[in-house]
Design a protein around this ligand. Structure first.
Ligand code: ADP
Length: 577
């Protein structure tokens, strides 16, 4: 317990004794040594004036200094006006003093840029002559380059589009080296650097010409741009006001010897602000993106990709719609073709059925014709004898009856083989059954097969295609006939009754039945066991039954009898309304 208290005291005592840190960041545009040399007097004087602080100088690039500020590692910064503007906006930095040369230069017009071209490149006289030329500079964000950029724009030269910038990085001496080595036709440097290099003997006075020279006011250097205030001494947001006041006091109280820098009250930096706004850089860059054109340009690849996708989608949708239309037309054509094919097949089967019944039907028609003949002769005889007019009248009436009988048979046959489009209409199924039986009975009689019609009571109306149903019945009857004929007591029973909301028509024969191996194939098209058979009757009949919403099923369960049941649904209640 005691140990901990002592340790706390020790820490407290140490904190009270140790001088507080006062960290000053310095922009090193010519390397950290030059920066330290330039500001060493200032730092030394500050250290003397503020002995309770341990003053540290940290030199580095603008990006490095900004990072240090963000990490709270720096209390003050000495930097160029452009960097200061960014810090003012991003880190609430404030200038507490502005640098001033002892040689009488105005603090408000102390910094600019100089554009150098080799003296031997005679054709470069003005900024306009720099079009298409390679121009060296430190970096696109260097203050000197930006000061020159505005002058370029004023003379209609966009340094990025009309010229070819070559950024060599810090230190700024690299720009002079690039021009000297011929890697660039001109170079942009901070104002007064040329004079400094000449004074240091690093550059010969006749080596470079200053391009686009402007009046330099109180500044004793050649410049190509307008002038901006000197470098500010900046406090950042987190610096305590007390420390800031002490440092400002000390800066303004400094009495430097000749050639040194001196600090005056902070200048207004609005011209720097105007410069950055005109160039849309630094803190003004994000706002320009709000412009619709800039926004479109910024996201042009996304825009192009989205447009391509939309175009692809449009093409795809159009193509699908086209394919769908074509496919629908194809399907309709195929459907129509299938319908015509089915009709053709039905007709073929009807003709075939009629062929099978033809001789007996001819015989059937022959009977009334024979009767007509015999009645006509009887009448003739009576007329010759000049007697019995009543007998003649009766004879003529019978002739008419027989002619009607023959006529209706011919009409039935003609109707049955007529080619008509399929049409389902409400109809009494008893009428269809009667017509089928009338057509079928002569054939059955000719083959010695008894046909029994078991029709109990009236039948309700169904919706059906008369000819198709008749065809089904005749198919079933003809099959039954072919099965039963030649057997002892051959017989066919046709019954029709109402069962479970349907008319159920059954055709039963006492033929030999269907062998088990044939049962699964009965309804397959072209399956036949008959030498002259088409093998289409049952398959077509089932198709017709299903097209009417009904069914056609065989029944092999009753020994000695084969039955085919044809189920036709009754018309639903709403159909009547
Ligand atoms: P087709 O009569 O031209 O042969 P179907 O499709 O009408 O064609 O009949 C197919 C086959 O079914 C017939 O060949 C026959 O073997 C069998 N079949 C149909 N009905 C009967 C029946 N009532 N009794 C026995 N077999 C039958």
């Amino acid at each position: 317990m005691f140990g901990i208290v002592v340790a706390l005291f020790a820490v407290a005592a140490h904190a009270a004794d140790a001088p507080r840190l006062l960290r000053i960041g310095v922009l090193a545009y010519r390397g950290s040594e030059d920066a330290e040399r330039t500001f060493e007097t200032t730092v030394a004087q500050l250290a003397r004036a503020l002995p309770h602080y341990r003053v540290e100088m940290i030199a580095g690039s603008a990006a490095f200094l900004t990072t240090q500020i963000a990490r709270d590692e720096i209390d003050f910064v000495v930097t160029n006006p452009g960097h200061y503007l960014e810090l003012a906006i991003d880190y609430s930095a404030t200038a507490i003093a502005t640098v001033q040369d002892m040689d009488g230069t105005s603090a408000s017009e102390a910094v600019g840029a100089t554009i150098l071209a080799p003296t031997n490149l005679g054709e470069i006289q003005s900024i306009a002559d720099l079009k298409g030329r390679r121009i060296a500079a430190v970096a696109p964000e260097a203050f000197g380059f930006r000061a020159a950029w505005l002058e370029f724009l004023d003379r209609g030269v966009d340094p990025f589009k009309d010229a070819r910038p070559l950024f060599v990085g810090f230190p700024v001496d690299g720009v002079v080296d690039a021009v000297r080595a011929g890697r660039a036709d001109a170079g942009i440097v901070r104002s007064c650097l040329l004079e400094k290099l000449i004074a240091e003997g690093k550059v010969k006075p006749e080596e470079f010409r200053v391009v686009g020279r402007r009046p330099s006011g109180t500044l004793n250097c050649q410049v190509s741009t307008r002038l901006y205030p000197g470098w500010p001494f900046v406090k950042v947001a987190q610096t305590s006001p007390a420390m800031a006041r002490q440092v400002a006091d000390a800066l303004l109280a400094m009495q430097p010897s000749s050639g040194d820098i001196v600090w005056s009250a902070p200048e207004s930096y609005h011209r720097v602000q105007d410069l950055y706004r005109a160039l849309k850089v630094g803190p003004y860059a994000p706002f320009t993106r709000l412009g619709i054109l800039d926004f479109l340009w910024e996201y042009r690849w996304w825009g192009i990709a989205a447009s391509m996708a939309a175009l692809w989608w449009l093409v795809h949708v159009t193509r699908v719609a086209h394919l769908l239309r074509r496919r629908t037309a194809e399907l309709q054509a195929a459907h129509e073709k299938a319908r015509l094919e089915a009709e053709r097949m039905e007709h073929t089967v009807r003709l075939s059925l009629m062929g099978e019944m033809a001789s007996s039907l001819a015989h059937e028609i022959n009977q009334p014709l024979a009767a007509i003949l015999s009645y006509a002769r009887g009448c003739e005889r009576r007329l010759d004898a000049g007697i019995d007019p009543d007998g003649v009248r009766e004879g003529v009436r019978r002739i008419a009856l027989q002619a009607e009988r023959a006529g209706s048979m011919v009409k039935r046959m003609r109707d049955f083989v007529r080619k008509t489009p399929s049409r389902q209409l409400p109809i009494d199924p008893a009428v269809i059954v009667a017509d089928a039986l009338a057509l079928f009975e002569p054939t059955a009689a000719a083959r010695g097969v008894t046909v029994e019609a078991d029709l109990t009571g009236p039948l309700p109306i169904v919706r059906a295609d008369r000819l198709q149903i008749e065809e089904v019945l005749l198919n079933l009857l003809q099959n039954a006939l072919e099965a039963a004929a030649g057997r002892p007591d051959p017989e066919i029973v046709l019954s029709a009754r109402v069962v479970d909301h349907a008319v159920l028509i059954a055709v039963t024969d006492n033929g030999p039945g269907v062998p088990p191996e044939a049962r699964d194939s009965l309804f397959d098209a072209f399956f036949t066991t008959k030498p002259e058979g088409l093998g289409l009757g049952l398959s077509l009949s089932r198709t017709i039954a299903e097209a009417h919403g009904g069914r056609l099923d065989p029944d092999f369960d009753t020994p000695g009898a084969t039955t085919f049941r044809f189920r036709l649904p009754l018309i639903e209640e709403e159909d009547h309304v």
